[in-house]
Design a protein around this ligand. Sequence first.
Ligand code: ASP
Length: 512
Amino acid sequence: MKKLKLPKLHNQILAALLLGAIFGSIFSINKNKLVITYKADNNIKKEIVKGWNQFCFVIPNKVDAVCFGSNQQQEIISYNSKLKREGKTANVFVSGAKLIEGNSNNFSRLYTNVVSISKEGTIATDIKWIGDIFIRLLSMLAIPLVFASLTVGAASLGDIKKFARIGGKTISYYLITTAVAITIGLVLANIVKPGERMSSETKNRMISAYTEDASSKISDLGSYNINQQIVNIIPKNPIKAFADGDMLQIIFFSIFLGLILSLISNEKASPLIKFFDGLSDSMIKMVDIIMIIAPIGVFALISATVGEFGFDILQTLIWYAAVVIVGLLIHTFGFYSFLLKMFSKIRIFTFFKGIRRAQAIAFSTSSSAATLPVNMECCQENLGISKSITSFVLPLGATINMDGTALYQGVASVFIAQVFGIELNIMQQLTIIITATFASIGTAPVPGVGIIMLVIILKSVGIPEEGIALIMGVDRILDMARTITNVTGDAAGAVIIASSEKEIIHPDLSNA
Ligand code: ASP
């Protein structure tokens, strides 16, 4: 009997991506349905309403009701969470709707003691937990892997001189490519002027739908002080840094420890180095095992995201989204290819083929940290980069190098300024380049942090930070795209630095 041959893992992952997107679009959340949970007779009850004409919040002791029309699902949910945050319990009056469970048409009803208002999940969003298992498995490895591999990486550089040389190259590469990324974003946004193409109707809709989410993101940032951020790189207690997953602190401690290991006696250092080396290898091996379920995880993640957010939101902000995506494509396929051609001997095709698995995982998890183990494996096994370079350059890059995020922040700042009718002069645009370059260092490699750091950039040039409400609807989808650029930039950096140190066995040359 002929044995059934499964396609290769990366093809399975790509197929899962595509199928997940199709599945999510078919079973997407109905934008005209809401689940109302309310308290009645000391019981919690749920009712699904569909296709309302009017959805009003009646707040006790307030004369005017706040009403929303049909097609304002997001606005209704946001407004309800605002009331919750303010500790108010509203009554809700729905009119002209169809009640799903009782199946009555055109009913009107007052719900008192509303506990929550939410979208109704579908099979595409209900399977999200499977994707969450996959992200958790990868994230579980990130911290021990960064700790073990950076410590070995720093120790194996051997001496402080080599460390300073490689460290200097790495940081310079990361800062320069980030500055180029923002510049691409700024130039494109100034040419296309996406903000001027947005209708005032869309502007008002986005602001009323996302103001609540925006203010909670702004308050997440708290007070941001650059000196304090620098001080915070040094952990008071490394164990706390591990427990909190504070990557910059972990990096600081690991590199310091690695360097010290090359200064103490070999007899004492070598068991520790062997231990960390074994730990780092075990983490990489775990990735192999976890990747077996990658197609299922990727399918679930993409289907849940597309099912919940849909690609149609991109249409509302089509010019903005297009500028971000075109910018990311230019940077990822144009600029990195140019750098690789200039500073390495690798074939561009080999490079992108070698890291395609990491790119697919970045897209589906939106997390550079969760992708780090996969990226390390791709760089070592497919691109032939030495372990000492990957273990130093990649964990550092995953944390401090975010070209995709920076590019998007450049576009977003100009876009928001244009919508508010603010002209940004050259000095302000330069300030954006500098602030975004440094902000990207402090951006945690997890989903959705880029938009929080954007608040700092907007503040630096006096653009109203509430403007992030305008772009929140598409942020989830663009986060997926910018994370691909973030991890590609790390891998390109590893190739370039390894080439300059002759620590790469070129896959093309070795196959030849
Ligand atoms: N999700 C991005 C990353 O992990 C960060 C961001 O842009 O929000 O690389």
